[in-house]
Design a protein around this ligand. Structure first.
Ligand code: SAM
Length: 269
């Protein structure tokens, strides 16, 4: 530890853990110490600080712009187009039988690939660029939302998309990047929403909620708090999509497994 650029003690790590749990619900175990050091070292440099204890004191004083940068630094944003592909035909089949307008929520959208995959699925289903669908896409991390709003992706990020989808739903830019078509972009509204917050300024009900690969960062108690708030926002026969390693058995009274990581409300009228 002495050869490090900044002083970072176990006590500092514990304070960081407490702060990120308090502000974003994220639980970090001991193995994340190195990750925390390398991600926050940039923030110490930006603030011209030499010790983590000073940086933590800055956060504890309630500096709101630094708190935002702190949260942005500690979120893990991995995502890609049509991740966990089997969910998208299930979404299409679910929406097909419903009366429009359709309302969907992508509750941890990261850089937008998931929400745009939902939007392309809806355009395919209705066979129009302007289906009667609105998608709310949210994340706690303001930097990923900024990227998502641009709808511009690099060749590497577009790799997983079929040529057909690429041709149909993207406009090629001169530098190898591609931009989502404006009609698809307009289906999606991006907003910052912290799932941990007591209140979400959200207009339900939703026909489906995608909340994938984010609950794994929360402890069971936090997951349950969030799931209890999802339930009244979902239509009676709506669907909740979870990530591949997430399961909500602990709230069986609230959600029932309907298919592979797809849940429905347990008490439907
Ligand atoms: C691993 S990404 C998953 C993205 C996408 N849902 C997927 O499955 O590909 C997790 C996302 O959850 C977001 N996140 C973490 N804590 C959050 C919170 N308290 N409220 C809202 N979003 C949060 C992170 O910023 C990150 O973008």
């Amino acid at each position: 530890m002495t050869s490090r650029e900044f002083t970072f003690t176990q006590q500092d790590f514990d304070r960081v853990r407490a702060l990120i749990h308090e502000h974003a619900g994220i639980s970090l175990n001991q193995s994340k110490q190195e990750m925390v050091y390398s991600r926050l070292a940039k923030r110490l440099r930006a603030n011209r600080l030499t010790a983590f204890s000073d940086y933590i004191a800055l956060l504890e004083r309630g500096n709101s712009s630094e708190r935002e940068a702190f949260i942005n630094s500690l979120t893990t944003n991995l995502t890609f187009f049509f991740r966990e592909e089997h969910h998208f035909p299930i979404l299409a089949e679910h929406v097909k039988s419903r009366k429009p307008p359709i309302s969907l929520w992508c509750a941890a959208s990261s850089t937008g690939e998931e929400a745009y995959s939902m939007a392309m699925t809806m355009a395919d289903l209705y066979d129009t660029m302007r289906p009667p669908v609105s998608i709310l896409a949210s994340d706690v991390d303001t930097s990923v939302l900024e990227k998502a709003r641009t709808g511009i992706y690099s060749a590497a990020q577009l790799e997983k998309l079929s040529q057909e989808k690429l041709r149909k739903y993207f406009i090629q830019e001169s530098d190898g990047q591609a931009r989502i078509r404006p009609e698809i972009r307009e289906m999606v509204t991006f907003r910052q929403i912290n799932l941990l917050d007591e209140r979400w300024a959200i207009q339900g009900p939703f026909d489906a909620i995608f909340c994938r690969n984010v609950m794994i960062y929360f402890d069971k108690h936090t997951q349950e708090r969030i799931l209890r708030k999802f339930a009244p926002l979902l239509r009676q026969d709506g669907l909740l999509f979870a990530g591949h390693s997430e399961s909500f058995h602990h709230v069986a009274g609230l959600f029932r497994l309907r298919g592979k990581t797809v849940y429905e409300l347990a008490n439907q009228i």
